[in-house]
Design a protein around this ligand. Sequence first.
Ligand code: G1P
Length: 299
Amino acid sequence: MRNHDVPAPIRKAVFPVAGLGTRFLPATKAMPKEMLTVVDRPLIQYVVDEARDAGIEHFIMVTGRNKAVIEDHFDIAYELEATLKERNKTAALDGLRRDQVGGGEMTFTRQQEPLGLGHAVWCAREIVGNEPFAVILPDMIMRGETSCLDQMLKTYHETGGNLISVEECDPSETASYGIVGIGEAVGNAYRMTSMVEKPKPEDAPSNFYITGRYILQPEIFALLAEGRRGAGNEIQLTDAMLRLLETHPFYACPFRGRTYDCGSKLGFLAANVAFALERDELAADFAAEARALLEAAGR
Ligand code: G1P
């Protein structure tokens, strides 16, 4: 990008929410994993808030069967609102209203077959159209002084191109994530040199893993449309991005904060502790309770 070029704004975000959530059965038998709660908010609310606060105007949910409750969650609940109003529960009512999205700001489309993350993103192509967009994985929720998408957008305004958020993982964990190769520093980011989905530690180009926030140029859709299969015989977003990297600039943005992988039980439990400790009304009592529990368990 030349200095005087202003990168096109990022107005739309894609949320792939079609996954079965098998790691959280039986909790996710009848309920989408995106509705699992951290303290008292569903995972999907955290990531929609992150997107909205970063200036995203349109939210695209790529869903599957059994996910209708996500649509209900972001709708106006007239009866509930009327009851809260009648009972003067103003704080609860204000909270509900803050969490909703405006009319027409959220679109739902279905990934009809479980063919992988790349396929899920491809299912949003007609709604995204020919403009750069964000992808946000709801499993991953983050805490930082500013949000991950916000930090990435600041970099994007300098660099343009494609960006991925990364964080360092234990080298033994590379087979759980997409892993990137890192080149020269560009401001707060690094030029990316390679990407590989779920490599064994000995094949990993680094220990920087893809944490689930992407800013992508629309050229990715033509590559995804080819439907090439990768790791796990799925159409992988990582593989299509690797091919886009051959012709388009790609940057890795280390997140200044911490990522909680709520697709794993440990990450999910840690997120609940971390977010509870940040709530004024809960922190002191919860910390005392946690200490007592650990002591009683001899830990
Ligand atoms: C996906 C991506 C992977 C990324 C991960 C983050 O994998 O394919 O590159 O590191 O999300 O959670 P999944 O968790 O869907 O297997």
